[in-house]
Design a protein around this ligand. Structure first.
Ligand SMILES: Cc1cc2nc3c(=O)[nH]c(=O)nc-3n(C[C@H](O)[C@H](O)[C@H](O)COP(=O)(O)OP(=O)(O)OC[C@H]3O[C@@H](n4cnc5c(N)ncnc54)[C@H](O)[C@@H]3O)c2cc1C
Ligand SMILES: NC(=O)c1ccc[n+]([C@@H]2O[C@H](COP(=O)([O-])OP(=O)(O)OC[C@H]3O[C@@H](n4cnc5c(N)ncnc54)[C@H](OP(=O)(O)O)[C@@H]3O)[C@@H](O)[C@H]2O)c1
Ligand SMILES: Cc1cc2nc3c(=O)[nH]c(=O)nc-3n(C[C@H](O)[C@H](O)[C@H](O)COP(=O)(O)O)c2cc1C
Length: 590
């Protein structure tokens, strides 16, 4: 029997530390006893294990729960710890520590890991260096994406710095790409074995044998990333008006009968299919008709279907580039007198660019063996289950651009825009993000900064506040290019204002005038009031572009606090840090 692990509700009267400890304890206890916590030995009889996570969008946090569950089966008393809730001194008292962290920005830590990352970095300065963590045994699992130059940098930093501070690495760090399952399971199994197990009486019975770490929880029992729900597509509607340079689609799916539950602030994972025209180009470049059978993670499939459903035709893998490099060696060069082959661009953008530059074409099986698996894309959910029963909505910006003389398009955003309705059903799963939620105390004000598609979760938050008749005031900063055609959900927002659920709506249309006006300019114009809202307990949220907007909004927030709160830059930084520590400053940026 698979009994769900009980979780302490976010609004239960516990501190974050207490809640983390209890959640870890229950995860461990339930995994050992299949739902009979009364039979569990007292936690102090078990080997202590702290699972420290750094997470921006919930993946590492979800994996931390899986670690707790598996560790519980193996005789540990696991405690899940948010990096924002600890510091160097507290970590020094840990005995067994498993660390899971993602990387954001350009090799930066996720928001909840920033303070700890900064503290560790300062502690390894030669002038400060001391073996502060010498009692700690640890191992790091870092989550990342090989499409980023600074792959898994935060995990690499923490791994190196813990060692410098005297901690003992019990197993080597594992760096996970987006397809992290196998690497994560192998890391977890090795790390738990290296840490050893607790008393045999606790771990006995139906415990898994060596090498059988199986972190699946709800994933085994229902629809999940591994088993996506084929959701009927109800609507795909362009939100832009005539004259817009943007293409943002409102997409609605039915979740009826799926058993899937989500909360405002969660994201939806979408399983895309590649564009048939792009698959056709690849087939032509390979000289194939698409009927050739090739091995795939889903078994043997015809090449056309494999390229449509299973493999990533975007950024080429290092293996594919290396293979073509081999093909370009002199012994593989075309016979003299033939036209010189196109040379491989230093950084081929897509798989097709590599194929077009390759003088010797790989066989279909060789080719697919060098492709990465197609990955789901995450979208911030723009509906509330309390207001949009049985449905889930997204707000999706279509990615289209030209590069190296070729029209390019984003896989998933254009799959949703062009083919999802015709497909009828699309594979989806819920990706929970507990760090991004409306305030538990619904009387508290919310300030939301969400330009462009960044408005998505705030449509959900506002719908939720309305459905629950929450009393807290709501303030939205929205921006996009032109008011005439890019004011996403304008009618809904105006109606929310009229109904009293949106106390303030400040908009910044960047291309309505000669100079750029952005959301952060509006924040600064209203600094005094914004600061007053913060002082009255408001939660501050940012969603949308990570590379420029979120950084500028963060800088503007500091400026608002300096100006309106009459604070020095250092005091403003401390104020912002306190907001983050109190979980009153949350970002969902991409
Ligand atoms: C937690 C989270 C929430 C998100 N929420 C939303 C949301 O609510 N709405 C939304 O629209 N998106 C959202 N995204 C982004 C979304 O997941 C996808 O990344 C986005 O839709 C693009 O995916 P795609 O498959 O269409 O493009 P892909 O095929 O993945 O292509 C995107 C890639 O193309 C390249 N690229 C794009 N533009 C250019 C250019 N001009 N020049 C050169 N290269 C370029 C970049 O390498 C980029 O990474 C979210 C992401 C995360 C992580
Ligand atoms: N990681 C990915 O794969 C991926 C995929 C898709 C989208 N994205 C990100 O998601 C973002 C959202 O796209 P979107 O089209 O909905 O909106 P957007 O590009 O963020 O544009 C929304 C508004 O923000 C403005 N803006 C530009 N720079 C800004 C800044 N530094 N500070 C504040 N506002 C700024 C834009 O103005 P102007 O346009 O006039 O400058 C526009 O008015 C994209 O920018 C992109 O970075 C990421
Ligand atoms: C905006 C953005 C920036 C990212 N930057 C990096 C990066 O610099 N290096 C890296 O290895 N991964 C990067 N990633 C990938 C994440 O680390 C990866 O998706 C991870 O699984 C997310 O885990 P989380 O949900 O726990 O935060 C980035 C992802 C996003 C959306």
């Amino acid at each position: 029997m698979n009994v769900p692990v009980p979780l302490i509700p976010d609004n239960a009267p516990f501190t974050p530390e207490q809640r983390a400890w209890l959640n870890g304890f229950f995860a461990g206890a339930f995994s050992r006893t299949a739902g009979a916590p009364a039979a569990v030995a007292a936690p102090q009889a078990l080997a202590p294990l702290t699972i420290l996570f750094g997470s921006q969008t919930g993946t590492a946090e979800n994996l931390a729960k899986k670690v707790a569950k598996e560790a519980g089966k193996r005789g540990f008393a696991p405690m899940i710890l948010d990096m924002a809730q600890t510091d160097l001194a507290k970590l020094g008292a840990e005995k067994n520590l498993l660390i899971i962290t993602s990387t954001y920005g350009d090799g930066e830590p996720p928001d909840n890991a920033k303070a700890l990352h900064t503290a560790l970095k300062a502690a390894i300065e030669p002038s400060a260096l001391s073996p502060q963590l010498s009692a700690v045994r640890y191992s790091v699992c870092s989550l990342g994406d090989t499409n980023y130059a600074q792959f898994c940098q935060c995990g690499k930093d923490l791994d190196a710095w813990f060692e410098k501070l005297g901690a003992t690495r019990i197993t080597p760090r594992t760096d996970c790409d987006l397809d992290y399952d196998a690497a994560f399971i192998a890391w977890l199994d090795a790390a738990l074995k290296a840490l050893g197990t607790g008393p045999a009486s606790v771990t006995g019975g139906g415990d898994p044998g060596p090498g059988s770490a199986s972190p699946a929880t709800a994933e085994e029992t229902g629809y999940s990333k591994k088993n996506p729900f084929p959701a009927p597509v109800l609507t795909v509607r362009n939100l832009n008006g005539a004259g817009s340079a943007k293409e943002v689609n409102h997409v609605e799916f039915s979740l009826e009968g799926s058993g899937l539950a989500y909360e405002a602030g969660d994201a939806l994972g979408v399983i895309p299919h590649n564009c048939p025209a792009q698959v056709g180009e690849v087939l032509t470049a390979l000289g194939c008709d698409g009927e050739e059978a090739v091995p795939t993670p889903a078994g043997e499939l015809p090449l056309r279907r494999a390229l449509t459903e299973c493999f990533d035709l975007g950024k080429p893998s290092a293996e594919l580039i290396a293979f073509v490099g081999g093909a370009l060696r002199p012994d593989a060069a075309p016979e003299s007198g033939h036209k010189a082959p196109p040379t491989l661009n230093a950084t081929p953008h897509h798989v097709i660019d590599v194929l077009l530059a390759a003088p010797a074409k790989p066989s279909p099986a060789e080719f697919v063996a060098k492709l990465k698996k197609i990955q789901p894309r995450l979208y911030s959910i723009s509906s509330s289950p309390k207001a949009h029963t049985g449905q889930v909505h997204l707000t999706v910006g279509a990615v289209r651009y030209d590069k190296d003389g070729r029209a390019r398009k984003g896989v998933c955003s254009t799959f949703l825009a062009e083919r999802a309705l015709a497909a009828g059903k699309v594979g989806v799963f819920v990706h929970s993000n507990k760090a991004f939620r409306p305030p538990v105390n619904s009387d508290l004000p919310m300030i939301m900064v969400g330009p462009g598609t960044g408005i998505a979760p705030f449509r959900a938050f506002l719908a939720e506040r309305r459905a629950t008749n929450a009393k807290g005031k709501n303030w939205l900063f929205f921006g996009d290019q032109k008011s005439s055609c890019d004011f996403l959900y304008q009618d809904e927002l105006r109606e929310l204002q009229t109904a009293g659920y949106l106390a303030r709506l400040d908009v910044a249309f960047s291309r309505d005038q000669a100079e750029k006006i952005y959301v952060q300019h509006r924040m600064l114009e209203h600094a005094v009031e914004l600061y007053a809202w913060l002082e009255s307990g408001a939660h501050f949220y940012v969603c949308g572009d990570a590379s420029r907007m979120a950084k500028d909004v963060d800088a503007a927030l500091h400026q608002v606090i300096q100006q309106a709160g009459n604070k020095s830059p250092e005091e403003a930084a401390a104020y912002v840090q306190a907001l983050k520590a109190a979980k009153r400053y949350a970002r969902d940026v991409y």
